[in-house]
Design a protein around this ligand. Structure first.
Ligand SMILES: Nc1ncnc2c1ncn2[C@@H]1O[C@H](COP(=O)(O)OP(=O)(O)OP(=O)(O)O)[C@@H](O)[C@H]1O
Length: 304
């Protein structure tokens, strides 16, 4: 069954349409990356999924039901939307106990989620003194408390150090392997490349792409091939004569478009030119994302 189903979702604030006729689904068993430039409407969409904001129009269901019809929402959908939202004077354990009690969840879940998020040793400490990384873990512990099959994370790696980023990445993957649906937003494309199986890209509140990660990269690739050879000028001449477009690579070498790497290899062999490298270039996720969303960024800086 589809975990999250969004149809024609629209949100207006006064005259501004910040989410505009958005439709996509989030499927169990994979990490869906939710991408878009700043202000694209990601947080607003996530707030609507978790019942914190009311859609102006459109439908939105979790496991086939609207958020407000879920008897105990925490057992269906867990969310990390704002890691700062913790009562600073309480210990981590007390914070989770209070949450468990108000949602009629078994107390043993508290120790289970403390363990899973690596907070057992600091469970008796006041959350007010926690580092950003620890607060993030506590927010995730709260999201996992009801053992939900749908999880939503808004920019979970923002501000974390490399170890914290890796921990979140591994956690998201393991949650999806358990069969849960995981929706994670980010504006860091490189981060998504390492975490998400599927991508939903929005810009100015509208859907731009809904695609598998690999298909996204393939469809955005320019088909450029990096070629290195001691006979640089000779090969460049032959390639141009064969109809290819040839540019200088940043490091000594040629960036060739218009011919496949196989064709370039054959051409070089035919002319007796030795190659030291022949590498198809895949567009980086960052490049692909920039190309896709360039018409929908609100503020564009001048080129550096
Ligand atoms: N409560 C609100 N009232 C008015 N405008 C709002 C409100 N919440 C969000 N917006 C506007 O909606 C637009 C989308 O914001 P949102 O936070 O959803 O984007 P985002 O994709 O999460 O961006 P970011 O990556 O910067 O967090 C922005 O222009 C924002 O100013």
């Amino acid at each position: 069954m589809t975990a999250i189903e969004i149809q024609g979702l629209t949100k207006r604030y006064g005259p501004d349409t910040v989410v505009d006729d958005l439709s996509f689904t989030v499927t169990p068993g994979r990490v869906t990356g939710f991408l878009g430039p700043n202000g694209a409407g990601k947080s607003t969409t996530m707030r609507m999924i978790t019942g914190l904001a009311e859609p102006t129009r459109g439908s939105l269901t979790i496991g086939g039901r609207r958020y407000r019809d879920l008897p105990v929402p925490l057992t269906e959908v867990g969310a990390l939307l704002d890691a700062g939202a913790v009562h600073g004077a309480r210990t981590a354990r007390d914070h989770l106990h209070a949450l468990a009690a108000s949602n009629a969840l078994p107390r043993r879940r508290v120790d289970e989620v403390l363990e899973r998020t690596g907070l057992t040793a600091v469970a008796g400490k006041r959350a007010g003194g926690f580092s950003l990384g620890m607060r993030q873990r506590l927010g995730i512990a709260a999201a996992l408390l009801g053992d939900p099959s749908v999880l939503i994370f808004d920019e979970p790696v923002n501000g974390l150090d490399p170890e914290g980023i890796r921990w979140i990445r591994d956690l998201l993957r393991s949650l999806s392997r358990e069969g849960r649906a995981v929706l994670v937003s980010s504006h860091l494309m490189s981060e998504m490349a390492q975490t998400a199986d599927h991508l939903v890209v929005i810009g100015r509140g509208r859907l731009i792409a809904d695609t598998g990660m690999n298909e996204f990269l393939d469809s955005s690739g320019e088909g450029t091939v990096l070629v290195r050879t001691p006979e640089h000028d000779t090969l460049a001449r032959h390639l141009t004569a064969a109809g290819a477009t040839v540019r200088e690579a940043p490091q000594p070498g040629l960036l060739v478009t218009g011919l496949t790497s196989e064709e370039i290899g054959k051409l070089a062999a035919y002319h007796g030119v030795a190659l030291s490298e022949l590498t198809p270039q895949r567009a980086s996720l960052e490049d692909a994302f920039m190309a896709l969303t360039e018409d929908s960024v609100d503020y564009q800086g001048a080129p550096a």
